[in-house]
Design a protein around this ligand. Sequence first.
Ligand code: PAF
Length: 295
Amino acid sequence: MQIISTVAELRVRLHNETNIAFVPTMGNLHEGHLDLVRIAREHGKCTKGTQSANQQAGCGVVCVVVSIFVNPLQFGPSEDFSTYPRTLEQDCTLLEQCGVDVVFVPSVNEMYPAQQTVFVEPPLIANDLCGASRPGHFRGVATVVLKLLNIVQPQVALFGKKDYQQLHIIRQMVAQLNLPVEIVGGETVRAPDGLALSSRNQYLSATERTEAAFLYQILTGMRQDLLRGETDFSKLEHGAAQALAARGWKVEYVAVRSQASLARPEEHEGNLVILAAVRLGQTRLIDNLEVCLKG
Ligand code: PAF
């Protein structure tokens, strides 16, 4: 596994690769990230039999690239950019065990050698849900992801569904800007009690960590209600927010949305997603569950 920190070196290393699978991360890796790495390797696997048949079919051996970069552009002034956990050595050990080929670890100066004055303007949905309390966040995400895609030039890039709104905005960016890359979403990986894995979970105290599983219980309860035929989404959202608030959580939003647009669902829309952002003590947690209603 090679660890590369400059754009120039990375371009040389990847010059002859024809089948790159890319997992962008901010490091402090957990099973959710490692799952994406495994999907990345599987996704690019050759299935044509012989090496020459694979090469002819354009599926040479996959090169898995992971980036680790805590992107200042996507953090607000009062957010946790400076304290975000940075665990490069441990991350590299895990990535090596997973068979990653290249880890790209640029400095802030390497990614932003001059003041960044050109940005990706994300779609309006970026101002809703998480964007409502994190102004500029998705602009920062979209801009760095576009830069990373341009630097790595992968055939496929993988993002976790836990950041559902992020994945949606990246898909929109790739489609609307005609970027030649396939975007694949990986399922959320959960702890045995249901808590979605996240680098920020380590901010939770022991008591908070036990309590944190309640968010998944709330989401699964809402999913059951929807599957049983509940159509009053506002009632569900308010009920869930109240139940969380009653136990001391600070609720940013609990929302039932369309999977396709993340807008409020049209009547009889079948593919829904329940999304939530909440604070438990000082820790902000997000989670979501997809719900597919039969037509
Ligand atoms: O999901 C993340 O870890 C980050 O938002 C990403 C996609 C690596 C961009 O900085």
